[in-house]
Design a protein around this ligand. Sequence first.
Ligand SMILES: Cc1ncc(COP(=O)(O)O)c(C=O)c1O
Length: 404
Amino acid sequence: MFKVNENYLKLPGSYLFSNIGKKVAAYKEANPDKSIISLGIGDVTQPLAPEIIKSLHSAVDEMGKAETFRGYAPDLGYEFLRNAIVDGDYKSRGCDISADEIFVSDGAKCDSGNIQEIFSVDNKIAVCDPVYPVYVDTNVMAGRTGTYNPTTETWSDVIYMPCTAENDFVPDFPKEEPDIIYLCFPNNPTGTTITKAQLQEWVDYANKIGAVIIYDAAYEAYISEDDVAHSIYECEGARTCAIELRSFSKNAGFTGTRLGFTVVPKDLKAGDVALHSLWARRHGTKYNGAPYIIQRAGEACYSEAGKAQLKEQVAFYMNNAKIIKEGLKDAGYTVFGGVNAPYIWLQTPDKMPSWDFFDFLLNKANVVGTPGSGFGPSGEGYFRLTAFGSYENTLEAIERIKAL
Ligand SMILES: Cc1ncc(COP(=O)(O)O)c(C=O)c1O
């Protein structure tokens, strides 16, 4: 008789977005005349930029001719894209990263889930709380997290680093020493970030204790402040302690198109073993590459015209973020984020539980957001709104909230 991976059975149901969906559906059924605005999900809404579409069309045409047809992509991704990434994301920021340290993939979600495979099961992980749930759940699947306590909603073998208004959403070094540290800045869900100097402290700490940082920079394009690092490799010493995850989803609208990459510097070693060789082995064995057409679309993001168009798109979302942030402030809310990220993290009024606030907003304003507790226990008392909606819906949603 076959046996299942019992670690999967330990996973508490992912109730967050299904619960939200169910509640919204029930409300719609009971109130068919109401128009509901969703500022809940972190998915983009603007179409792909013209330069990307142009590149997609021309790559499709290439695939239709024998002379230019492409089959399996090279293991690490096409050189044209990896070179564009190195020039556009790293050299331009003074980071010492080479094209053969870039692994092109179909997105940061898969990479952030898969990367834990190259580490021993007895590594101790540390995560920020609240957190993008993929980091924890994939470690649960691997059997690295111990037992779940439904009361505290925490795992016995995970180190949680609370990020709340009390510490300005900057995690403190944990009391217990971690082996693997997940950091995501600018942050989902809080929309806040840390300065380059603070990130440097994390790099120094990781190098000192021999830990690895898995740095998720999916929201790097939204950084507007000068003292915030776009890449962890802007910090000295990061080549010996950090893996960086990047995505084309939020800067270029590839949530449905799918493209991302992971950087594993060759200097990052456990004893004599380079993590680069392990990830290369995994990539070569289990992954057959992002489609040629999509990699060409990714390349277009780095052309002068592409960069200008994407900058406009980010500015569009960040204008929504400003509308939400200012509007909520005017309405008397305490709000965070929204300056270097497309998320606004608000404190619920009078410490209202975040699911109660969800119901309140849905019923009274017909606006959908995401309860903070869905991202971890320290998210209780907070609520996330996203700037990824249309301008008109964003304005309308905030007017409704102000009118409550
Ligand atoms: C922090 C973070 N990392 C990664 C992702 C997923 O990126 P991708 O679409 O490239 O898989 C998301 C998506 O919401 C995210 O919030």
